[in-house]
Design a protein around this ligand. Sequence first.
Ligand code: PSU
Ligand code: MN
Length: 306
Amino acid sequence: MLNVETLKKYVVISDEVQEALDSGKPVVALESTIISHGMPYPQNLETAKSVERIIREQGVVPATTAIINGKIRVGLNDEELEFMATSNDIIKASRRDYPHIVANGLNGATTVATSIITASLVGIKILVTGGIGGVHRGAETTFDISRDLQEIANTDIAVVCAGAKSILDIGLTLEYLETLGVPVLGYKTPEMPAFFTRESGFKLDYEIDSYEEMANSIRTKWELGLRGGVLVANPILPEDELNKAEIDKAIAEALKSAEENGIKGKEATPYLLDKVLEATEGKSLAANIKLVENNALVGANIAKNM
Ligand code: PSU
Ligand code: MN
């Protein structure tokens, strides 16, 4: 955590989040790249609000993170959420971008990586997202491995996600997490979920069926002095999952289009998400919203037990 003076200089915490932190009430951090670069308007704004509502309904405080006019923000009001959902002047902020955006008074949407950084500045121990970034297909030549993985590995945080999208190489992502020593715990699933679908074909080592046991497992890691994060893999609900053949086809087309158009680096993930959305005629967006909402419910309840 930052000292008080540095916090004051760089960070603005909403009253709701500050009160929760002061009184020891559970707080769940949320990212903003999903709002600014991961979904179209107005669904992005509606989802940002519904996720916050679901978390509050569980008696937990949501803390959406972002950088606005150079201030690191923890907890956004409706106007600020709307700004993140509509402005074209928002940089997708990974770790390398974060200090530049702050120093120059710019706007940044936090990825999982920078949401984790932000959470740790103020002492929040759990983050809810849709899907994490990971090892991209073809990473053996492109070197494209999301910063999310290193940040999860290096920070004491639990990250609740619906797995990783199969625009990524899920097997290599799991290998990478193993190297980094990140436990991947399946919530009511024996398999790593594949975001739009419940199954990826990659078995997880541990399936945990209750919030209490999940929180206990996370706490035990830190009590033992094993620094770093834990990934909670929470599959999309059966009634919301997409047809595997259809989504595989959409992803294959998206990857092909990215390659043909030379899309790489930080543009890769938003581009692929957008292409998949087009190809599935919005079905992927509906599924994306449902799984994020489900992650919010599960994350809030784990937070209450941590
Ligand atoms: N996966 C999604 N939707 C998203 C992202 C990932 O299904 O919006 C975002 C998250 O913010 C994640 C980031 O942290 O993309 C990863 O980007 P990159 O692959 O450039 O590290
Ligand atoms: Mn990348």
